[in-house]
Design a protein around this ligand. Structure first.
Ligand SMILES: Nc1nc2c(ncn2[C@@H]2O[C@H](COP(=O)(O)OP(=O)(O)OP(=O)(O)O)[C@@H](O)[C@H]2O)c(=O)[nH]1
Ligand SMILES: [Mg+2]
Length: 380
């Protein structure tokens, strides 16, 4: 059953993380009548059963075990269990469509941090579908919900690249500046290190600025990462002016011909005016040195803090002109619905998701693998 957008078809992406079975492979590779074709090209199969078998399995065969899908699926284990498995069993066990069904669905969505606006939208649209299609049972609604979530997450139906391109405003021939901001403990420094690792492995020369000067430990933490990653960390003593560190870092990055400078800042309460002022000052110094900098301002949010993350995004955006969000610690929560809440609420895209504490546990966010991973195990 190939459904609209990425229904059943999409689920094979996540399923493909578990390698296709031997039979599935065989159905494709041994199909008689198949001629040699270039990758991605349809084989010239005869009509009938074999054609059907090809159609049913080609996705599995063409999508090799993909580390991207695999990592996202693993990081979303808790959310899958807490959100999609619950919704799937509600639709299956409840059977008929009645008010009690909508109430229970609302409970699951709200407790998974999908947020009130997105929850309302999902339920309204499902109600309309039930009416339009005259559905008597709830089971088909899981596929419909997946499609609606895709819309909320701005999925445009386009193909997903097998190698996720970093969604950053990085251009060759200039010093690209990425400013990392957020409240205390959300994962800024760890995400800075993970991002450095990603960019470095793609051939960028990265320099880090330790603009969290509040605590000596924060400077040390970034330096340890710098040593591990083999990148320079520009720092000053504890208590020095973060804007001065940034000024030094820009000059060092230029002199050392780095092409990316990532600025790790101190955690600041979004409600503390003086700290938000300090952020303005950092931005001002950057802009003075490089007129279009910072090229990215990424707000790091802790996915386990639920709706509070939504408030943080709102306040930081007023001060810092956010260009993207990093949703860290998604692996640590069953409430990954926060991605949906944030996408419904803001135009600012979720660019990365943090799926663990290791250096390669930062993944590019894309709605399709995200939903495939989320729905993977309950959809088969
Ligand atoms: N499970 C998990 N833990 C994470 C992730 N990202 C960060 N952490 C952990 O969260 C804790 C805080 O991370 P930091 O990177 O130090 O956070 P920060 O925002 O720089 O903190 P401050 O500088 O104190 O404001 C650390 O123990 C990290 O290992 C993630 O994606 N998943
Ligand atoms: Mg930090």
């Amino acid at each position: 059953m190939l459904k609209k957008l990425f229904g059943k078809k999409g689920s094979t992406d996540a399923e493909s993380a578990a390698a296709p079975s031997t039979e599935e492979q065989a159905a494709v590779t041994e199909a008689p009548g198949e001629e040699e074709t270039a990758e991605g090209e349809e084989p010239k199969l005869k009509k009938g059963f074999l054609r059907g078998a090809w159609e049913a399995t080609k996705k599995l065969a063409l999508t090799p075990v993909d580390p991207w899908f695999e990592a996202v699926a693993k990081g979303l284990d808790k959310t899958r269990a807490g959100l999609v498995t619950k919704v799937a069993s509600l639709f299956k066990m409840h059977g008929k469509v009645d008010e009690a069904l909508w109430e229970e669905l609302e409970d699951i969505l709200i407790t998974s941090d999908v947020g009130t606006a997105a929850t309302e939208k999902i339920i309204d649209q499902l109600r309309a579908i039930v009416k339009e299609k005259k559905l008597a049972t709830a089971e088909p609604l899981l596929e419909e919900m997946r499609t609606i979530l895709g819309e909320v997450l701005n999925y445009d139906g386009s193909e997903v690249p097998s190698e996720p391109a970093d969604p950053l405003n990085i251009e060759e021939g200039r010093l690209n500046v990425i400013l990392m901001v957020g409240v205390n403990g959300t994962g800024k420094t760890t995400s800075t290190a993970k991002l450095t690792h990603r960019l470095k492995s793609k051939g960028h020369k990265v320099i880090l600025a330790a603009a969290d000067t509040f605590r000596a430990a924060a400077i040390d933490q970034l330096q340890v990462w710098g040593t591990r990653l083999g990148v320079d960390v520009i720092h000053q003593n504890e208590g020095s002016d973060p804007a001065a560190v940034v000024f030094d870092a820009v000059n060092a990055a230029k002199a050392r011909k780095a092409d990316v400078l990532i600025v790790d800042t101190a955690g600041r309460l979004h409600s503390k005016v003086n700290l938000m002022e300090e952020l303005r000052k950092i931005r001002k110094v950057l802009t003075r040195e490089i007129p279009d900098a910072p090229h990215e301002t990424l707000l790091v949010l802790d996915a386990t803090t639920g709706q509070n993350a939504v408030n943080q995004a709102r306040t930081f955006n007023e001060v810092a002109n956010l260009t993207g969000l990093v949703l860290a610690k998604l692996d640590g929560t069953a409430k990954g619905g926060i991605v949906v809440a944030i996408s419904q609420e803001f135009k600012i895209p979720v660019k990365y998701i943090g799926l663990g504490e290791k250096i390669d546990d930062l993944q590019v966010f894309h709605p399709k693998p995200f939903l495939s991973a989320l729905f993977g195990e309950t959809d088969g």
